[in-house]
Design a protein around this ligand. Structure first.
Ligand code: LMR
Length: 400
């Protein structure tokens, strides 16, 4: 009965890894998926994560019962504190409801379905361009997806005027997806002054902010700095949704651990919102997994482990920043045509190189360098050893 099916294409991001795995070349380099690698090109399990796991193993009272539908309650509380700040009035006033979800994607999906069911506006505006999964998540959640201008290819920076015009023209109440920091795929973020203008505009039109926070601590190396735009929106007393992921900042990719927080106007509303979130989650996956959330809870509740985590996080962020400098210098040293300063101006895991699909496929074919066809490279996958190879391939691609 399935014989009529057509072969579906691979995912534009995860499919890059599939192609990479098939390549027998010893010089191959995977700069597709946003996953951190060490200087040796190896995946990294943080020391604090190993310690937390050891604690969990040593605790013989731990059981494997189902978690409640909302997940691990302590994890939820700690996650809200991490993203909103320990002194957040919204937390103090019990106006925040947080549920554990399956990483950032799951949090976006649960939030999207909740909005599709209970929010009066069904249109969500996402940045042009954005992470390839965003439009699919929200469409399947039952929302209508539209885009707002964000990236300006001519400056390789923010199209702030276009952004303000498009959000200004959005129907009142529309949902707006905002990348909390380290915009994926462009690495271009608004300044704090621009965030303030965005906030004012959105609040004046009653637009509903839905933050995707996949990189807290990864952009600047500071958890508080990277959460600032979200905290500005929460400080004005208005509502918002926040999807948090621990994939990158704790390196818990495969544990699929994240959280959805909804900041409400009152404690009464927050309780009702949580009850409705449970109705979204139960038929979707019943309840979330226990292991990843337990690791996060152990780290966030313990001052020493928390401090150790911030140091490891900063080290990852710093290594990525140093890769930016090295790649920029390597292209300058080769006299590669073009202004490559965006490599050091953009932040977070990715550089949006400006390379076109033909150049990308040339680099894959001739240099065995794998990246998404939009020219995004994961700086976290690069090392001092591989920078020259990448620079050679970019140089060859743009001078060919
Ligand atoms: C990415 O953009 O590479 C990451 O967020 C991983 C993913 O799931 O796409």
């Amino acid at each position: 009965v399935f014989a009529h099916l057509v072969q579906a294409p691979e995912d534009p991001i995860l499919g890059v890894t599939v192609a990479y795995n098939k390549d027998p070349s010893p010089i191959k380099l995977n700069l597709g998926v946003g996953a951190y690698r060490t200087e040796e090109g190896k995946p990294l399990v943080l020391n604090v994560v190993r310690k937390a796991e050891q604690q969990l193993i040593n605790d013989k009272s731990r059981i494997k019962e189902y978690l409640p539908i909302v997940g691990l309650v302590e994890f939820n509380k700690l996650s809200a504190k991490l993203i909103l700040g320990a002194d957040s009035p919204a937390i103090r006033e019990n106006r925040v409801t947080t549920v554990e979800c399956l990483s950032g994607t799951g949090s976006l999906r649960v939030g999207g379905e909740f909005l599709a069911k209970h929010y009066h506006q069904k249109t969500i505006y996402i940045t042009q361009p954005t992470w390839g999964n965003h439009p699919k998540i929200f469409t399947l959640a039952g929302l209508t997806v539209k885009t707002y201008r964000y990236y300006d290819p001519s400056t390789q920076g923010l199209n702030f005027q276009g952004l303000l015009e498009d959000l200004g023209a959005a129907p009142p109440g529309s949902i707006v997806l905002l990348h909390a920091c380290a915009h994926n795929p462009t690495g271009v973020d608004p300044t704090i002054q621009q965030w303030e203008q965005i906030r004012k505009l959105m609040r004046s039109k009653g637009l509903m902010p839905f933050f995707d926070s996949a990189y807290q601590g990864f952009a600047s190396g500071s958890l508080d700095t990277d959460a600032k735009p979200i905290r500005m929106f929460v400080a004005d007393g208005g509502e918002c949704l926040i999807a948090q992921s621990y994939a990158k900042n704790m390196g818990l990719y495969g544990e699929r651990v994240g959280a959805l927080s909804i900041v409400c106007k009152s404690a009464e509303v927050a309780v009702k919102v949580e009850s409705q979130l449970k109705l979204v989650i139960r038929p979707m996956y019943s309840s979330p997994p226990i292991h990843g959330a337990s690791i996060v809870a152990v780290i966030l509740r313990d001052r020493n482990l928390f401090n150790e985590w911030t140091l490891e996080l900063k080290a990852m962020a710093d290594r990525i920043i140093s890769m930016r400098k090295q790649l920029f210098e390597a292209l300058r040293a080769r006299g590669t045509p073009g202004d490559w300063s965006h490599i050091i101006k953009q932040i977070g895991m990715f550089t949006f190189t400006g390379l076109n699909p033909a150049q990308v496929s040339f680099m894959t074919k001739e240099y065995h360098i794998y990246m998404t066809s939009d020219g995004r490279i994961s700086m976290a996958g690069l090392s001092s050893k591989t920078v020259p190879h990448l620079a050679d391939s970019i140089h060859a691609a743009v001078t060919k």
